[in-house]
Write a new protein. Structure first.
Length: 298
């Protein structure tokens, strides 16, 4: 049967190209969505009252999200290829499996970053500087799991940069009373979904000496996730109040809260397949909020 899933598209690509598409995780688009959605929130909140978000900017940031998520995954796999060989879930990644060399992945990384720079140069000067400032986070995040039990926090700081960049791309600078609570709400959201994600690998992580919030929180995970969720909702409410959002926005925030509550309540941290299912369901969280922002503006 004809299928248009990302995984099918990668499988139908020419053989020599497939390892590169898998290196940038094109077959697993959940991470791209999670990087892109905070950008859409910011672009949506920056739209004039009564107007839809800027379609050109949404498209531009969509392309940027694909490229930067791909570059981030490439950097991650270059740092972690020796670790990946020891973990069942990651042993088939192109670098760990030997499908491509470190040099080839380095050249591919250069291509992705060059294209991402072209996207960034389409923005205003303030946004170019702001976007370039995130590169240090992109490069260093994969090392954090060797240093701290809180690599998910650094991922949150990295993955939600678009919450700042989207607003500045529309307005020319950041309105910190809106952008900062929105950014911090995104960081809290990342701590929720990536802690869930990390529970998939906790047994292997213990064996190879890799740290994560999943190991830090252990059996107290649900209490921590609940706290992060409340902080996220408070941040979203504050951002909404500071840019005069309306009832549909707060309805969406309530729906996000209900989704997170159900997600955490039904989570089984000892079942990797359930952790993956809950992780990917966070795309719904981001889309709900974006729809609420659009309706709130209108």
């Amino acid at each position: 049967p004809l299928s248009f899933s990302a995984a099918e598209l990668v499988r139908s690509a020419p053989g020599p190209v497939q390892p590169y598409l898998r290196l940038m995780r094109l077959h697993q688009p959940a991470g791209t969505w999670l990087l892109y959605l905070p950008c859409t929130w910011s672009i949506g909140l920056a739209a004039e009252p009564g107007c839809l978000p800027d379609g050109y900017m949404l498209s531009l940031f969509g392309a940027g999200a694909v490229l930067m998520r791909g570059a981030g995954c490439t950097i991650n796999d270059m740092w972690d290829q020796d670790y990946d060989k020891k973990v069942a879930r990651t042993a088939s990644r192109p670098l760990a499996a030997g499908d491509i060399s470190t040099f080839q992945s380095f050249v591919f990384l250069g291509g992705q970053l060059s294209l991402a720079l072209c996207v960034l140069l389409c923005l205003n000067y303030y946004s170019i500087v702001l976007g370039a400032a995130s590169l240090s986070l992109v490069i260093t995040y994969p090392l954090m799991k060797r240093i701290t039990y809180w690599p998910q926090l650094v991922l949150g700081l990295t993955f939600n940069w678009g919450a700042l960049l989207g607003w500045s791309a529309i307005k020319g600078s950041c309105e910190w009373s809106v952008c900062l609570p929105l950014y911090l709400a995104g960081v809290m959201w990342t701590l929720v979904y990536d802690t869930i994600y990390a529970h998939q690998d906790k047994r292997d992580d213990v064996l190879i000496g890799v740290k994560s919030t999943a190991l830090q929180f252990s059996e107290d995970t649900k209490q921590w996730l609940s706290g992060f969720s409340v902080a996220m909702l408070l941040g979203l409410c504050m951002a909404g109040m500071n840019c005069n959002q309306t009832f549909p926005y707060y309805s969406a925030v309530a729906a996000v809260g209900a989704h997170l509550a159900h997600q955490i309540y039904t989570l089984d941290i000892d079942k990797p397949e359930d952790c993956w299912k809950k992780f990917t369901s966070n795309r719904t969280v981001g889309v709900l909020l974006f729809v609420g922002i659009m309706l709130g503006n209108l």
